[in-house]
Design a protein around this ligand. Structure first.
Ligand code: 13P
Length: 251
């Protein structure tokens, strides 16, 4: 049985003061939720303050990206070690916005995933096809190439979470139907089975991301291979994020 994992990816939103107010509300209202792992990914500037505020809570602090080198002359970059020092226990890698706007490739995503997991930090590895790729019938081939690059050399699957985020569903209000998402999630699990064995593949959590809202969260997460959500826009409103976390509770 996989524990669902719901993470709010705040992207480039919220000052430190706003982040603290937001996470305090989430923490106070979520206290009683059992059976769901919860994380928040504030902008890097707020990781330390949010982590301090969550010290007495089970909510994990996540980072939105990391570079693969531990330290050195890499102006502007943040390493897994530096982010862990600030309080991050999970790091998102390969988000489609980074692939689209910051030239990330399957190979660099793999370097990042290896670096994160090598530091004993959890990696949330994002994969997902564009609309053009889906329309051309290339969805599963794109996912396979992204997984092959991202998982190269990754052996510790206990620290691995995959997030399936179809690019056409991110920030568009256009969610994948539960059946569309389930089809890709099942395919990802088959790929994981080929790489790590069937038993291990059953333990790896696969989140769905892309216009997840309180109104569609329960149906998406009731699919057999959807083990939680990576939530963008709706995670910026405490009430919406809390409703999505509650929708993830195993029935
Ligand atoms: P939205 O929930 O805003 O579509 O964003 C999804 C996402 O990119 C989470 O990482």
């Amino acid at each position: 049985m996989r524990t669902p994992f719901v993470v709010g990816n705040w992207k480039l939103n919220k000052t430190i003061a706003e982040a603290l107010a937001h996470v305090t509300e989430i923490k106070n209202q979520l206290g009683a939720v059992k059976g769901v792992q919860v994380g928040v990914a504030p902008p890097a500037t707020a990781i330390y303050a949010v982590g301090k505020r969550l010290e007495d809570s089970a909510i994990a602090v996540c980072a939105q990206d990391a570079y693969w080198e531990p330290n050195g002359a890499w102006t502007g970059e943040l390493s897994p070690q530096i982010l862990q020092d600030a309080g991050a226990s999970w790091i998102i890698v390969g988000h489609s916005e980074r692939r689209q706007h910051f030239n990330e490739t399957n190979e660099t995503v793999g370097k990042k995933a290896r670096a994160v997991i090598g530091c004993a930090i959890g990696a949330i590895v994002c994969v997902g096809e564009t609309l053009a790729e889906r329309d051309a019938g290339r969805t599963l081939g794109v996912i396979d190439a992204q997984l092959a690059g991202a998982l190269e050399g990754v052996t510790n699957t206990e620290l691995l979470v995959i997030a399936y985020e179809p690019v056409w569903a991110i920030g568009t209000g256009r969610t994948a139907t539960p059946a569309q998402a389930q089809e890709v999630h099942a395919h990802i699990r088959t790929q994981l089975a080929g790489r790590y064995g069937a038993e291990t593949s059953q333990k790896v959590r696969i989140q769905y991301g892309g216009s997840v809202k309180p109104s569609n969260a329960a149906e998406l997460m009731s699919q057999p291979d959807i083990d939680g959500a990576l939530v963008g826009g709706a995670s910026l409103e405490a009430a919406d994020f809390i409703a999505i976390v509650k929708a993830a509770r195993p029935s």
